[in-house]
Write a protein that binds this ligand. Structure first.
Ligand code: HEM
Ligand code: HEM
Length: 311
């Protein structure tokens, strides 16, 4: 059986930055849902300009038409996300909360959101080349995972997690990174399938989902079996396996309801189908976040025991 060694519990950073990081995750989730709905309804070119929409900050069509509403409010959500990330970076910098690495990560996350806006905006100006759209879709999930990692490092649980005494330092870390890489590869292939409508990419995505499931299940089983005593590990592992099963089932529904011609403006007439497809994108993002969080928990629980440094 695994036990935790008695170690002085490190002081958790103040609660404010943690709460802000959680708020960033919530806004990020809605931004991804809005973006996915924009793509699923073929509304990416509702406004041909950027950074303004039809030359205005708040065009009337953004609350009188569905494509205008989805695309414009997606931009507003994206801008809000950027401002919240900037606030977190400034807050951490000013209060010196967290480690220097964490503060660098917060600034880096803010810069990534800026890059994300530029990729989305220049994509609009260039009439949505697949490379822009696929990069934008993938980057969204990486940003989401990065802020989940930042939130974990600001949490009381992170401060309270001691290294597990009878597990070798570093155990399982490589396996977690492989599982995370599998999720990212699956997202890249899904994004290529979505934005190029290539049957080759589509079937590679379907086939690869079974590899992703296998790797995710092995990583979760390992984490539960060897590191299950560490706070949060069991819950994360269970959620990953359950969501993977839901996601694969939903994937077949997506395959059945999607327009074989891909993203087209007329898809907006089928909002229910667009929502089903968008939920698949959102669950993909949640899975990336959960696997990243599991990896972060495993890294935390298998760090070198400070007492050993004196031996
Ligand atoms: C603020 C500037 C932004 C602009 C101008 C913008 C623009 C767009 C456009 C035009 C699309 C549709 C692309 C297509 O159908 O080909 C889109 C989709 C999307 N956007 Fe943004 N976006 C911005 C910010 C963000 C941010 C900050 C995030 C999240 C971190 C994000 C996440 C997404 C996602 C997940 C999709 C759907 C991708 C997919 O389903 O394949 N966007 N965005
Ligand atoms: C491990 C399981 C899976 C994960 C994590 C996953 C994730 C994703 C993500 C993130 C996207 C959108 C990428 C983007 O644009 O940013 C996507 C697209 C897609 N996925 Fe999956 N997927 C999985 C399994 C499946 C399965 C089993 C199927 C079908 C049987 C499927 C069918 C599709 C289709 C058809 C699209 C493109 C939708 C469109 O054209 O609009 N997925 N997937």
């Amino acid at each position: 059986m695994t036990t935790t060694a008695a170690l002085p519990v490190a002081a958790a950073p103040s609660r404010g930055p943690f709460r802000l990081a959680v708020a960033i995750l919530v806004v990020n989730l809605f931004t991804i849902l809005k973006g996915a709905m924009t793509t699923s309804t073929g509304s990416g070119l509702a406004y041909p300009d950027w950074p303004l929409s039809d030359g205005q900050l708040m065009p009337a069509s953004s609350y009188t038409t569905v494509p205008g509403f989805l695309e414009h409010f997606h931009r507003l959500f994206g801008a809000t996300l950027g401002l919240l990330a900037l606030a977190l970076a400034i807050w951490l910098q000013a209060t010196r909360d967290g480690t220097p690495r964490l503060r660098r990560c917060a600034w880096f996350g803010g810069c990534l959101i800026l890059v994300q806006g530029i990729v989305g905006g220049t994509g609009v100006l260039r009439e949505l080349p697949a490379l822009n759209s696929a990069t934008h879709g993938t980057l969204a999930q990486l940003i989401f995972a990065l802020f989940a990692w930042i939130a974990y490092q600001l949490s009381a649980r992170h401060a309270a997690t001691s290294p597990l005494a009878d597990v070798a330092p570093g155990a399982g870390r490589r396996l977690m990174l492989v599982a995370l890489a599998a999720m990212v590869v699956q997202t890249v292939i899904g994004a290529l399938a979505r934005h190029t409508n290539s049957p080759h990419a589509l079937w590679t995505h379907v086939g690869n989902s079974f590899v992703v499931f296998l790797v995710g299940a092995i990583a979760s089983a390992f984490a539960t079996g060897r590191l299950g005593e560490a706070p949060g590990v069991r819950g994360l592992a269970r959620s990953i396996v359950s969501l993977l099963i839901v996601q694969i089932g939903l994937g077949f529904v997506v395959l059945a309801v999607r327009n074989p011609e891909g993203k087209r403006p007329e898809n907006v007439e089928h909002l229910g189908r667009a929502l089903v497809i968008s939920v698949h994108v959102v669950i993909g993002a949640l899975l990336t976040v959960l696997v990243a969080l599991l990896a972060a928990h495993v890294f935390r629980a298998t760090r070198r025991h400070p007492a050993l440094d004196f031996e």
